[in-house]
Design a protein around this ligand. Sequence first.
Ligand code: LMR
Length: 404
Amino acid sequence: MLDSPTNTTSGGGAQLLEKLGPIESDSLLALIAAANADTRPTKIDVGVGVYRDGEGRTPILRALKAAELRLWETQETKSYLGGKGDVRFAELLRPWVLGHHAGDDRIMGLQTPGGCGALSLAFKLIAAANPGARVLVGTPTWPNHIPVIETAGLEIVRYGFYDRDSHRIRFDEMLTMLDGARAGDVVLLHGCCHNPTGADLDIDQWRDVTRVVAQRGLLPMVDLAYQGLGRGWHEDAEGIRLLLDACDEVIIAHSNDKNFGVYRDRVGSLWVKTARAATTKLAMDHVSQIARAMWSMPPDHGAAAIRLVLEDEALAADWQAELGEMRDRVNRVRSRIAEADPRLAYIGQQYGMFSMLPLEVSQVRALRDSDAIYMADSGRFNVLGMADRDIDRFIAAIVSVLGD
Ligand code: LMR
């Protein structure tokens, strides 16, 4: 009888991979898998950050579907495009990301595989310029920020950003941290729709952060993964505009995965500003070389479809209208949860897909076991994860677990 692959130990060649230690699986990917495997019809999946409509579906946006059809009809080859991917996509996206800074030739951008690809490139670029750079990261943050920064070999300095019990940004602590930072330190900021808390800086707080960042000679590195899902497309970038006004160097990791609903197609872009166009050009040459070693060239399909949307006025207007409908749903569901119980009122004042419930891991697990409600162990839940028919049941389960 043949040995099963798991107990085969003999044979030639290396035994190198036998040396691998056990590994804890990524918590979000494990959550996605657990929710997918649960067949209970009552399941409410508020774990992963994807938009769901009132029926509980994650639709392909109308404008994107039309663009994909057009792409299918007109695209004549799938030959390589080169390391920068779809250059026209980045040109068309530029004013959407940069607003009145779009004409600044000291800012350059290129297509990346999702926002995560942009983050990876950004931190590796920083490490190439200054391997000793420290990255100031507010806690909590998107869990994947940490391995991305560590993989680039940079030191992480954490500070408390949000208090889960009072539902407030620990702004004084944040400012004190930035004020005590060393020139050249990197500050990781969430452009809007903070993941995982939904607690965004207001415009006065952005002004304060910008002032300190500029005065202390810090490098702002902004993760802008949810533009358009918070207050509005341009409103969601107001903080970034302030940073671009005041700072010579700014890096933006942008994602279209959520605001175009192209999650699995992985569409992002990296934007770099330095004090001189020649320096930015050099930085982008470094970025291209780093990307070459990681994925060589980014995937095309999603970016090509978005290019077609952005170069067609009618499709772009329809995309913005549908994004507005998505934003309206976020705000409607937020209000409904906020009005249900005074302890949930803060959810109505937060933005984007996520908010956090002050739950213990045991309570999160109990919700999963008894109510088939899936959320992250941190208490983060996707406000948009539930269909309209599930909202009342979700609220009742939360209120019951919060107790009297
Ligand atoms: C999320 O936070 O749920 C999304 O950004 C998906 C991911 O990759 O973590």
